[in-house]
Ligand binder design. Structure first.
Ligand SMILES: *Cc1c(COP(=O)(O)O)cnc(C)c1O
Length: 403
């Protein structure tokens, strides 16, 4: 046994060395185990801590209405979809979710996937291929980057939210007379909280006849009327061709979808590989997503509370002297720069009862480490005040803000 272990270690030496190196540099993440549901507070290692980390923007992850919907669907349909959707895995709740989502988003059709990550892997390489062009923002999410890697289309990367750069890359792409050009951007950039200028992107893309796509993972349930997303926020319904969304953030569950004009969704149903070769979203997940959409369609209360909370927290943090970068959304990056400082801050916050994970390379560039605070509608004013007091005392202790 010892001999086997020794051999294995030797063979894996290159991995062990790399792990040691990132641990020494403070670039290894510590993953905490939660002993409670997602909510404003979490139980971790037997202690109650304020949750400043989850993407559960609207508090849906542990909502009684979603839980009841999941249980009822399990009673009616069981748990598993049984197969890929094209063979025997499409159930009534999958179709209901797609129809209800399309109505909520005001689009012709939607198609659901197992995750937002998969929605990008399904959508990008299915829409463009050899002889086409894909033009993508330099700071787009990893799942967009991977979706682009899976296509044989020529890739052009424009500088982050820079419309001159976008125009330049589109002109470069157009010179090769591609069959199709696809422009892709995040709606909200998840590490900084800035919003892509979809109105200007649509206008530039229009001059080249390019198809426009936004991955609105952090805009769904947050931006636009009652959380209808970034396209609604800019009043671009029917103009932006494709919206990719996730059900794992504001919707509080799991899953992803693409909302678009009918021919796009029809084509994805015929050819998208994660749709054809990976089983459908589970039944309880699907039913819970449906309940979340119904609550949002009914009332803007939760989205309004989320924004009230975000404005209050960010205003107070800036008053304390913290640098929050250029966020325009409830995503609140507390910019620290140094990776070790970010790790130390996270540890001190945790000891004082606030769960705020340090985010460093490769999720953000080297030297741009931060604590990313995620504000939720589930936080009360007292919760936010506790978070503010804790940030203030840790910030002073570590010399991040003045005494
Ligand atoms: C989180 C995120 C995803 C992935 O969504 P999952 O449903 O968690 O797979 C995709 N794109 C963006 C921009 C994201 O922020």
């Amino acid at each position: 046994m010892a001999e086997i272990t020794a051999r294995t270690t030797d063979k894996l030496r290159y991995l062990v060395d790399q792990l040691d190196e990132i641990r020494q540099k403070g670039l290894a993440t510590t993953i905490r185990t939660l002993e409670s549901p997602q909510g404003a507070w979490l139980r971790i290692e037997g202690r109650e801590v304020l949750n400043f980390c989850s993407n559960n923007y609207l508090g849906f992850a542990n909502d009684p209405e979603l839980i009841a919907a999941a249980k009822a669907a399990m009673d009616a349909y069981g748990v598993g979809p049984g197969a890929v959707r094209t063979i025997a895995g499409t159930m009534a709740p999958h179709i209901a979710l797609e129809e209800r989502l399309a109505a909520f988003k005001g689009v012709e059709a939607t198609i659901s996937f197992q995750s937002g990550f998969n929605a990008n892997l399904a959508t990008i390489p299915t829409l463009v291929g050899e002889g086409d062009a894909v033009v993508t923002d330099a700071l787009n999410h990893a799942s967009i980057i991977d979706g682009c890697r899976l296509t044989k289309a020529t890739r052009y990367i424009y500088q982050h939210c820079d419309m001159d750069s976008l125009d330049e890359k589109l002109a470069e792409a157009a010179r090769k007379a591609p069959r199709a050009i696809l422009v892709i951007t995040d709606g909200v950039f998840s590490m900084d909280g800035d919003i892509a200028p979809l109105d200007r992107i649509a206008a530039v893309a229009e001059r080249y006849g390019a198809i426009t796509m936004v991955d609105d993972a952090h805009g769904e349930g947050v931006l636009g009327h009652g959380g209808r997303g970034a396209v609604d926020h800019f009043g671009l319904s029917g103009v932006f061709d494709i919206e990719v969304g996730t059900m794992s953030k504001a919707f509080g569950v799991m899953g992803g979808y693409t909302a678009a004009k009918r021919p796009i969704v029809d084509w994805l149903r015929q050819r998208a590989r994660p749709f054809l070769f990976s089983s459908a979203l589970s039944v309880p997940d699907t039913a819970a997503c449906l309940a979340a959409v119904d609550i949002l369609a009914r009332s803007t209360d939760r989205v309004d509370r989320l924004w009230d909370n975000a404005r209050y927290f960010q205003g107070e943090m800036r008053r304390l002297g913290f640098d929050l970068g250029h966020t325009q959304t409830p995503i609140t990056p507390v910019m620290l720069g140094d990776e070790q400082l970010a790790q130390a801050t996270s540890r001190r916050l945790f000891a004082a009862g606030v769960f705020g994970t340090a985010i460093a390379f490769p999720t953000v560039p080297l030297g741009k480490a931060r604590i990313r605070v995620m504000i939720s509608a589930a936080h009360s004013r007292a919760d936010l005040d506790f978070g503010l007091e804790t940030f203030a005392s840790v910030g002073r202790e570590l010399g991040i803000i003045g005494a």
